[in-house]
Design a protein around this ligand. Structure first.
Ligand code: FNR
Length: 184
């Protein structure tokens, strides 16, 4: 069985380590998970006045992607010890309009990473704070704060770090089990 996962990457950078981690995860998960990347760079800032006047097409697109998924995966850097604004905006957009929270009940996992040593711990936990309110069951273990990722990839963007590969293999198995145990 293949579970459909909406994937939100918290970086817009072309050479983003977080996007490379998401791509490596997709490969490692094989046919157990099918990744649908939710592109968030073109989303207008959330504004209730705009919602009332008619949601922009980009908002409708990302809401549908998450609504149609079996699960959600966040892979994000940490900006100033928190969630990058572009990702928080996407979470806000997808959680609305009021009463139509598209995250509700979706099994979710969070990976944070950084070239630095702390591995995006602050971003991971700030995101989890929103996910509590959004009523998503979030995978608890293994926790994913991946530090030192700046030299994890070769020039083609492929993951070459053995520890990283092992971690994502274990994380993938845990996420699959988590999705299955929370499927409705
Ligand atoms: C950062 N970076 C960073 N790193 C970290 O570990 N903790 C932090 O609080 C921050 N803060 C921060 C703020 C801003 C505005 C930027 C642009 C960067 C560094 C960050 O981890 C690094 O740029 C990563 O490479 C970003 O992830 P991607 O784009 O490679 O996925």
């Amino acid at each position: 069985m293949t579970r459909k996962v909406a994937v939100l990457v918290g970086s817009l950078r072309k050479e983003s380590f977080n996007r490379k981690i998401a791509k490596a995860f997709e490969k490692i998960a094989g046919d157990k998970l099918s990744f649908d990347f939710v592109e968030i760079g073109d989303l207008p800032f959330y504004n209730e006045d705009v919602e009332a006047a008619g949601a922009p097409a980009a908002w409708a697109r990302v809401r549908e992607q998450v609504k149609g998924a079996d699960a959600v995966l966040f892979v994000t850097p940490e900006y100033n010890r928190s969630v990058p604004g572009v990702l928080k905006n996407a979470v806000d957009v997808i959680s609305r309009p009021y009463g139509k929270n598209n995250f509700s009940g979706k099994p979710t996992a969070v990976i944070a990473s950084s070239p630095g040593a702390l591995g995006g711990f602050g971003a991971n936990h700030h995101l989890r704070q929103s996910l509590v309110f959004l009523d998503t069951p979030v995978l608890q273990q293994p926790e994913a704060y991946l530090g030192g990722v700046g030299n994890w990839f070769d020039e083609s963007g492929a993951l070459t770090n053995d520890g990283g590969k092992d971690f994502l293999t274990n994380f993938s198995a845990a996420f699959v089990a988590w999705i299955d145990s929370h499927s409705k």
